[in-house]
Design a protein around this ligand. Sequence first.
Ligand code: ADP
Ligand code: MN
Ligand code: MN
Ligand code: MN
Ligand code: MN
Length: 335
Amino acid sequence: MSNYKAEYIWVDGTQPTAKLRSKAKVVPMGEEPPIWGFDGSSTNQAPGENSDCVLRPVFTCPDPIREGDHKLVMCEVLLTDMTPHPTNTRAACAAAAEQYADFDMWFGIEQEYTFFNGIRSQPLGWPDNGFPAPQGGYYCGVGSDEVFGRPVVEDHLDACLAAGLQIAGINAEVMPAQWEFQIGPIGSPAVADHLWIARWLLYRIGEKHGVAATLDPKPVRGDWNGAGAHTNFSTRQMREAYDPCVAAAEALAANHHEHIVNYGDGIEMRLTGLHETCSYQEFRYGVSDRGASVRIPWQVARDGKGYIEDRRPNANMDPYKVTELILNTVCEAAS
Ligand code: ADP
Ligand code: MN
Ligand code: MN
Ligand code: MN
Ligand code: MN
């Protein structure tokens, strides 16, 4: 009887920003990946004298790295009594999605990130001393003086498609060596499961190229854009009419602080009011406004229905946490 390799992937307990971990299990063909475990004392998830943590598969897809019948297995972390581990943010996210299932909320997350040379000395393609030419020509650029890391980006897009992830597109960003991919539109927690797997694939494919991707929200100080994770969302009501789109923006306004403190470590470094951001100390929404906290896309204003974009989340945010907060804030206000 033959086997397949299942790469179990989970979110660890690193503070203030959790990291991905993974390890492989050999599983007999025809069987689903079973519940498994790991040493939580090595991932900041348990003390040494009581170290066992449980991995429960929540989303499985083809493994585009190993190919064949091999699989990637996104897991949530449980305690040995099978209740959610304190670091498990997926459980509350799934509960919120369940509670507000009638709203049929969809999310589209724009994940920005930055490539560094293997040892994270400087962004990929930047000179050893000094800086590249100022920002202006790099966003959606073409040419070896404009974009850095495209072979990795293309491999990553292919891998996400082969895995069956709901990837919507890619683009080069404003800061050289900075890129973006989008996951969605789909419901949560699926969008977050897909995003965590897509992040894992980015790091894993970076290994092959000797390039490290980082979700650092402000990888270079000074006059260089930070990295965000704009979170677009819609309820069924928003997809049918304009008033619910405005009501959603107002609900976010009323809960600004609670969202900001959960939108990724170092958010005050990125949301300065410059570089296409609104200061973290303010909340503003507006049509087509990329200096606002929340943007209503122009087509949505024209059509009188659609979705809105929460521009505040950092690149290093936890998509379980961010989508849970948006679900709770927007749906509770509309209930
Ligand atoms: P931007 O102009 O801000 O760069 P992008 O094209 O990068 O926008 O991302 C927009 C995202 O919004 C995409 O991931 C897309 O899937 C998502 N999206 C589109 N329609 C909806 C919708 N009705 N609800 C939620 N997300 C949506
Ligand atoms: Mn061991
Ligand atoms: Mn975008
Ligand atoms: Mn972007
Ligand atoms: Mn955007």
